[in-house]
Design a protein around this ligand. Structure first.
Ligand SMILES: CC(C)(COP(=O)(O)OP(=O)(O)OC[C@H]1O[C@@H](n2cnc3c(N)ncnc32)[C@H](O)[C@@H]1OP(=O)(O)O)[C@@H](O)C(=O)NCCC(=O)NCCS
Length: 293
């Protein structure tokens, strides 16, 4: 790693940045990268060796103390030689100086290098797990909704109180995916819950209850044929399934569904997967790693 340095990127780097992401230097891909850089020019960092850019990453702050890393990439020929790890340590330090208290990064479960790099000594832990299905079953878990009453409740205090008691999910309430911009996180507070309860066309909140007791809450948003369950919080597996299926029913018609299963029990994760897969193809999951600095 002789001569390896790290620094902030600037406009003059944009062509080299584009090359990191495209094998064929098609004009279209390069101009897409330039547009991306110009739309969001802040927070880009590069790893450089002997004047050649070998890696990059962008750190964005959806909220002042909450940092997300994206566009993390080391040039294929340089991968596996320790550059990514050292670069991550540098970026961590930079964002800490900018006030980040939490740093997060999305990845697929199959991305072994990222898991090794973040999940090991660097101290990142799994913060959320999304499961996504591209094709819906014709009647998703229809019979399961009958096991629990699914309702829209207007009693925001009751729902918030219940959510607050679900200790395992606490951290994720504090940063729920924003219903209007899926790249951002927002706090799950009274205002957001009220908004989800009120505006059902863009999103909503489904409660699964049994004998008057809340068993699960699914907060969801709908965008271009995709239903995103922003947060599924369940105290029972059957309740969780009912709330997820209820959200799908409420949000019809959609072609894709993704569910954030942060902190869900393994049993619920398996049950959701069984219930939503069937003859579906192209199912994938991704993880969000987070680290408190
Ligand atoms: C992921 C990526 C940024 C890592 O950078 P890198 O320079 O290749 O990584 P490093 O050589 O520093 O290795 C990182 C860790 O992975 C481990 N590792 C290396 N090769 C590995 C492999 N084939 N399988 C599993 N782990 C591996 C190393 O032991 C190292 O752990 P350590 O830092 O605790 O020693 C880089 O490989 C890359 O750009 N990949 C393609 C794009 C991508 O996946 N981006 C991330 C999107 S979230």
């Amino acid at each position: 790693m002789d001569g390896l340095t790290f620094r902030q990127a600037d406009r003059a780097d944009v062509l080299e940045l584009a090359e990191l992401f495209t094998k064929r230097k098609s004009k279209e891909r390069v101009s897409r990268m330039i547009n991306r850089f110009e739309q969001e020019p802040d927070g880009w960092y590069v790893a450089e060796q002997n004047g050649k850019i070998l890696g990059c990453c962008q750190a964005v702050f959806p909220r002042p103390k909450d940092c997300w890393l994206q566009w993390m990439r080391i040039a294929p020929k340089a991968q596996g030689s320790g550059i990514g790890g050292a670069f991550t340590d540098y970026v961590d330090q930079q964002v800490k100086e900018l006030g980040a208290e939490v740093v997060r990064l999305n990845t697929l479960p199959s991305n072994g290098r990222v898991h090794a790099m973040m999940g090991g000594a660097r101290g990142y832990t799994e913060w959320a797990r999304w499961t996504r299905w591209s094709h819906l079953p014709r009647k998703p878990a229809a019979q399961l909704t009958r096991l629990r009453a699914v309702s829209h409740t207007v009693d925001v205090s009751r729902v918030l109180h219940w959510l607050g008691g679900q200790v395992g999910y606490r951290a994720s309430f504090e940063a729920v995916t924003c219903p209007h911009d899926f790249r951002k996180t927002v706090s799950l507070d009274r205002a957001l819950l009220q908004e989800l309860l009120g505006k059902r066309r863009r999103g909503g909140c489904v409660i699964a209850e049994r004998h008057g007791q809340i068993e699960a809450v699914a907060l969801y948003a709908v965008r271009t044929q995709e239903l995103r369950v922003l947060q599924l919080v369940a105290s029972t597996t059957a309740g969780g399934l009912a709330a997820a299926a209820g959200a799908v029913r409420e949000a019809k018609p959609v072609e894709r569904v993704s569910i954030q299963l942060a902190g869900a029990s393994d049993e619920l994760v398996r049950a959701i997967q069984r219930s939503f897969t069937g003859r579906n193809r192209r199912k994938h999951q991704f993880y969000v790693f987070g680290k408190h600095l």
